[in-house]
Write a protein that binds this ligand. Sequence first.
Ligand code: CTP
Ligand code: MG
Length: 230
Amino acid sequence: MDYTVMMPAAGSGTRMGAGHNKLFLELEGKSILAHTLAVFQQDPWCTGIILAVKETERATIETIIQQEQITKISALPEGGTERQHSVKACLKSHQSDGIVLVHDAARPFIKQDVIHELVISASRHGGAVAGVKAKDTMKYVNNGIIEETADRERLWVIQTPQAFRYEVLKDASQKAEQESFLGTDEAMLAEHAGYEVRIVESTYDNIKMTTPEDLAYGGYLLKKRLEETV
Ligand code: CTP
Ligand code: MG
């Protein structure tokens, strides 16, 4: 079952504090971006990769694509000031029915079986996102005082990939733009537009490389994964 993946890669990596885009930081000798691209290059269901990039980083990213022999790149649109704008730029350079995935370039540990479950669920239901059950007790707090304890059974931590039928994501994205609605993920846009979005249970190690502590854990995960595949 084919899909195209849209990958926002035009962030600044402020929380990582590296002074440049965190996607260029290396784990086991390769950039985070190279690791994430490799997952989709290796997945036979993936027929195209659209990467949103910063204009100033285009040449560096093109070099990575060449070095890593990533042959599935179908467009490299310029990203925007917010992640949602970068995804929008990807959508503009893709006009084709079928399933589209949005996946953070900063999540190199996504597993192929989860990707495939998402594609199947999105083609059946319209939209499906990766998530894991919340492990901790969660509370709503206002001015330092607990207001309420959330029902943990219903709480999920949401990740990417987020998979949609193309027309669902396009419509949700257009409605968000018309209404100046800014969401933190694509599911929010689809929910806002009235679509049903399903959850596919993912794994806790599908982390987004966000702060410096993630690098040590990411290095450990990668070593473990390389050992598993030999
Ligand atoms: N992203 C993007 N365009 C933006 C902001 C983010 O394409 N304007 C991408 C990032 O490159 C990353 C993904 O969206 O792959 C998830 O965003 P996040 O983890 O927040 O990365 P950054 O925005 O780079 O980091 P920070 O928020 O710490 O600055
Ligand atoms: Mg960000």
